[in-house]
Ligand binder design. Sequence first.
Ligand code: GTR
Length: 325
Amino acid sequence: MLHLSKLTAVTFVFGSLLVGIANAETVLRSSDTHPDGYPTVEAVKYMGELIKQRTNGRYSVEVYHSAQLGEEKDTIEQTQTGVIDLNRVSMGPFNGIVPQTAVPSLPYMFRSVEHMRHVMDGPIGDEILKAFETHDLVGLAFYDSGARSFYNTKKDITSMADMKGMKFRVIQSDVFVDMVNALGANATPMAYGEVYSALQTGVIDGAENNWPSFESAKHFEVAKHYTLDQHQIVPEVLVMSKASWDKLAPEDQAIVRQAAKDSVVKMRELWDAQEKKSRDIVEKAGVKVSEIDKQPLIDAMKPVYEKYLSTPELKDLAARIQATK
Ligand code: GTR
């Protein structure tokens, strides 16, 4: 008897706990490699506010910035397994997972940031977001990342020949590795968080990135030569774990999707302002910016295009991107 009533009591307490959990706010954990205040971090926080308002506080988002949850490659795996709910990452580390992402990551694929925005905001963008779903992820939105250019600790680079034999750190993606090697330099794939000390100790001669990353990661303190070759306009992507997504009711999924889309507008405002601010900071700190003739670099990418546009579908995707005004 005593035994039974204990069991009833336990069942009751456990039951109330479950009700408590169901009513509580669910916090979605989101990862970002960038520091607090960076446009991507602020955009995801903004998305979180929209989600909180629109679900009447049932869901919120906590952004773990500064790679608190790990470096991009590892956090992608954790997002696929559902350990991390949301992740804002460059498209680069997805190149080996979602083949469609290699196409917008190809050097000189986009003519300008405006071209990239038109493509990613339209049906091609939706098609690439959809491609994440067969890899345990849900693609929510694309953010801006300006243009990536090379910088180094050694010298002003004003022609492709100047890059010969130099060691450049790249994102952990074969597209990036092949790009650097096709330029006659040597690629060292490495996690973002290791780049500063690798530059400082001379393990690498340089790296490549946009103005806000070059500035906020403090690489400009050690690499004083920046070449405006603008080889890649690689969008950032915001993904959700399919496991976390499947726990949401359809109406909450719609709220999350819309909030992600709405945050793109905010992100771009922040981005445009940050690009100018960051360039100003690094130039004031003594970074020398060099111009370069881009045509030889563009021509050198032919074998890289051939390698990654390996199927009729990927070729067609590239052709449609290039045909977009
Ligand atoms: C930045 C990008 C990061 C990260 C980094 C890198 O531009 O925003 O997500 O990929 O580049 O080079 O590792």
